[in-house]
Design a protein around this ligand. Sequence first.
Ligand code: NDP
Length: 301
Amino acid sequence: MGPARLIDGKAFSASVVERVGVAAANLRASRDVTPGLAVVIVGEDPASRLYVRNKGLRAQEAGFASFIHALPAETDQATLDALIQSLNADPAVHGILVQLPLPAHLNTMAVLAAINPDKDVDGFHIVNAGRLAVGLPGLVPCTPLGCLMLLKAELGSLSGAEAVIVGRSNIVGKPMAQLLLGADCTVTVAHSRTRDLPEVCRRADILVAAVGRPEMIRGAWIRPGATVIDVGINRVPHPDPALAAEGKTRVVGDVAFDEAVQVAGAITPVPGGVGPMTIACLLANTYTAACRQSGIQPEVI
Ligand code: NDP
């Protein structure tokens, strides 16, 4: 078997952003509604600030209104709660995202619970987790939604496929399992206590790795021809010892790509696979939220 097809998440995410932009322009023309995304960040962490800036820029590129609320690290719970309440009440804001992690003195669960579920474009509110579990329309976490889009674009129907997800976090593994179940896969969720993980992975027609351990999933764990979605983003020392000594790093996934690409049928690279889909799905969710809050059926993205 030759090398796997590369699933180009960068190109696919650009097409999603373009479709969202067109749909948002239609919404503005027909109903005079401009989707609005509010992003809240607490503290000065440079990586988080950069993510927030990028989210704001991409929202503007799609023709959305972007509202960034950058609060100092010492912000107290009451101030943050008051901001969330004002965003919940603001008709120009259709989506609210609180950049995580929050500083340790703040109660993350309480902040997420305070967001109006219909504006919860990250899909982390328990009401949205519940809607996903019972198959009601809601807002779905962006990273697993992006994975599902890539899988459908690659495979068409997923019906009857054996899907194995490694990882059971609330933001990736569990919602991924619900989405694949909804797409009629037979779903196995593996985790740190799973017995004989390589054997479980070898069952998979669709293997989703969301572990957070660099290159843990080896080529020999993959069924020949399987479709592999690598969610992992792990920063490791540069392979060149001289560059590593200078502190240089590179980003790798949870899958040993060089091995897996020889066995799989199709695979997402890291970077350039799942990563770019997350922000595209954030925009798609904000558009969907704006339509629903305006009593309109959203266009299919
Ligand atoms: P978490 O740390 O919340 O969850 C990791 C999961 O992997 C847990 O369920 C854990 O099991 C499981 N796990 C850990 N070690 C093993 C092991 N040795 N064998 C089997 N399972 C194991 O991570 P996230 O879900 O938040 O993120 C996963 C990865 O995806 C990370 O690399 C992260 O950076 C990346 N990510 C990328 C995003 C993007 O592309 N935009 C967005 C979000 C995450 P247990 O529950 O038993 O502890």
